[in-house]
Design a protein around this ligand. Sequence first.
Ligand SMILES: Cc1cc2nc3c(=O)[nH]c(=O)nc-3n(C[C@H](O)[C@H](O)[C@H](O)COP(=O)(O)OP(=O)(O)OC[C@H]3O[C@@H](n4cnc5c(N)ncnc54)[C@H](O)[C@@H]3O)c2cc1C
Length: 332
Amino acid sequence: MKLSKKNLQERSNQIYDVVIVGGGAGGLSAGIYLQRYRLSSLIVDKGKARSFWMQELHNYLGLPPDTPGKVLLQQGQKHYLSLDGDFLNGYVETVEDFGEAFAVKVKIGRQNSIYQVFRSKYLIVASGIIDNLPPLEDMENVFEYAGYNLHVCMVCDGYEMVDKQCGLFAGSETSITEMIFNLSWFTPYITVFTHGLFEVSQETKNQLREHGYRLVETPIKSFSGQNHQMTGVELIDGSTIQLETGLISMGSKYHNAYLQGINLDYQGNNLITDKMGRTSHPKIFAIGDLKVGLNQVVVAAGDGALAATQIWRDIRRATEPRRWTENLTVAV
Ligand SMILES: Cc1cc2nc3c(=O)[nH]c(=O)nc-3n(C[C@H](O)[C@H](O)[C@H](O)COP(=O)(O)OP(=O)(O)OC[C@H]3O[C@@H](n4cnc5c(N)ncnc54)[C@H](O)[C@@H]3O)c2cc1C
């Protein structure tokens, strides 16, 4: 059921089997599996998943390669609701672990907000990340192209950049050295932009020069183009550079503030899990972009299936098998 401010009370005394934080590709997949295992689940989602910004999902088996992320999310939510899962648009502020159950505090509504605590035996964290974008004065100008031919994911969209004039918009020297040789697999026509955010060492400058890659350290004023197709940049000194595509590599924001009170193992900012998605806490599972792994829709959806299956196994093993009572012989 789609929950709202009006029908929340019905659920306040319930202990769900699982609360899922995040209704993107991973969270929805986990929810669908949990409901089909006949477990109770609630997905809390603040909206605008990473997949929401994906204009075309090019690499998902069985879907047309121009499927927008929004369609994937709409279909996933519809599927989950058809299985009687609970879905709430809200923001998870904190999670407390009381041993027997988690208390998940959710802020509902941006204006006249109300707060509600939901309880669950297990928690799936599927709240993902969001990409940092070049910090221009006019961010609308960045949103115009980001996710179209100004990409944020090389694994997703390297194929779209083959042999094109490509701008690499880097957020640090490390992001240049990590990305540049991967990107050159797809195109050698690379111009690196630092937007004046950091110094580039002589060693990296030499490496770029040796490979013929251009380096632009002057800050960017704006992207140019039309119909969401970026065709170049204008720098603050008035000069312009023509491009056919771009890749933003400026790091990400991790949606994990609500986990602050819980001691979990991380690798960098990513949660460490076993192969079923279990974190260092036996009743917390992490799936999708938030955990160590490959940031892809197909992986997030697969992670959801694994985490849900392991939770079902845990609960089933702790439960007596059902008896076919009518078939039991009555002892005389
Ligand atoms: C522009 C773009 C293009 C991409 N293209 C592709 C592609 O072609 N192919 C591909 O496989 N992958 C692609 N990706 C990557 C893909 O979108 C992600 O790997 C995938 O969405 C990860 O799924 P997820 O469930 O982990 O996170 P998400 O889909 O990001 O879902 C997380 C959800 O949790 C919510 N949330 C966060 N914090 C809270 C909170 N505190 N309370 C409640 N909810 C919260 C978020 O709002 C979001 O709705 C692309 C990404 C972008 C940005």
